[in-house]
Write a protein that binds this ligand. Structure first.
Ligand code: TRP
Length: 353
């Protein structure tokens, strides 16, 4: 943590400590689309692993970010609850981390505005995700453009040290770091400058039908996307039909053999080995596909069982979200107040924190 006996240590101060202080980990996920194997192996599994260490972890379902593209309200509500339950089912134990909804902690929106005042128009214009979505969206909301400023607020509100995210979030994270540094330079040391933590293995699970594209909620490739809620028969079938290539050799080589390499990395991530080690066990595609399907179905079995229990008890989910929001707000409030003070906003007598 960033306070040692009441003294706030900036990054530079922390470097001189003789011991490694507890790190704060934060990440977020949008409640849109269905959670799939790429989310599990690329992000959520790393989040769960972080709970085993000493770190203090916060995970946020970023429902405000989901509003950047208009959504059906009933669907947004249902997806938000479903994704929360799936995250818990995957192992994000709310006793060991802080799991909450972004909209339950108003400090996100408040610091989001401040971040919009700190990021530049040019920086936001260069975001590839914005350019991509702008070209595909029917309605280009202003928030689609300022999205990364809200994301920076999410991260900086918690004095976050590490942000475990997929490779596609690298640019947003760099921006959050730049904004933090700019704010600190303008107004004095206020925010911790976060590092990203992009996992080496399993970071990029590709679509089983289009192995040149990342498995994605939005790709619209039902046969190429393995959902966390797919039953075992469907999982095995999707792997059996996975696109490979015609040269017949099992070898890990993502550039020339994307389909086969994807299967090898998935099996490697599920079994805790390297893709090259896995490749050594196979000489044909058929058995590789079959084993991959079975290993994934086995991984998903307990997740689905736990999810079914949670779905049957929605009150318990609301309760855990309430507790999560309380824990998150207790951290975010003082950080927001610190930023407001640094900016010269006059403290209100009723302001929290
Ligand atoms: N933009 C992220 C994504 O699409 C989601 C996100 C929002 C996030 N806020 C965050 C991720 C803060 C990490 C930290 O995946």
């Amino acid at each position: 943590m960033n306070y040692i006996i009441g003294i706030r240590l900036g990054r530079m101060g922390r470097r001189w400590l003789p011991w490694q202080p507890m790190a704060r980990v934060f990440s977020g996920i949008q409640p849109t689309g269905d959670l799939h194997l790429g989310n599990l192996l690329g992000a959520v599994q790393n989040w769960v692993q972080a709970l085993d260490g000493e770190d203090d972890a916060l995970y946020c379902v970023v429902d405000l970010h989901a509003l950047t593209i208009p959504k059906d309200p009933a669907e947004l509500r249902a997806k938000t609850i479903e994704i929360t339950q799936l995250l818990v089912a995957c192992g994000l134990d709310p006793q060991r981390c802080t799991l909450f909804l972004q909209s339950h902690v108003p400090a996100h929106a408040e610091l989001g505005w401040i971040m919009e005042c700190t990021a530049s128009y040019g920086e936001l214009s260069r975001m590839t995700q914005f350019k991509d979505k702008r070209d595909r969206a029917e309605f280009v909301s202003a928030a689609l453009f300022t999205y990364p400023a809200l994301q920076a607020a999410d991260i900086l509100l918690y004095d976050t040290d590490r942000v475990p995210v997929g490779d596609d979030q690298r640019q947003h994270l760099e921006l959050a770091r730049d904004i933090a540094e700019r704010f600190n330079a303008r107004y004095g040391d206020t925010f911790v400058v976060p590092e990203h933590a992009i996992p080496a293995v399993g970071a990029r699970v590709m679509d089983l039908q289009r192995p040149d594209s990342k498995m994605s909620k939005s790709l619209d490739s039902p046969q190429g996307t393995v959902l966390l809620t797919d039953d075992p028969a469907a999982v095995v079938k999707k792997f059996k039909r996975a696109v490979t290539d015609s040269d017949g050799e099992v070898r890990f080589d993502p550039a020339t053999k994307p389909g086969v390499s994807n299967l090898l990395s998935i099996l490697a991530a599920v079994s805790g080995r390297t893709p090259d080690e896995v490749a050594g066990d196979y000489s044909q595609y058929g058995p590789l596909k079959a084993d991959c399907g079975e290993a994934v179905a086995e991984l998903l079995g307990p997740v689905q069982a736990r999810f079914a229990e949670l779905r049957d008890d929605p009150a318990a989910t609301h309760e855990l979200l309430m507790l999560g929001a309380e824990k998150a707000a207790a951290v975010a409030g003082p950080v927001l107040a610190r930023a407001q003070r640094a900016l010269g906003l006059v403290p209100s007598l009723t302001r929290r924190g």
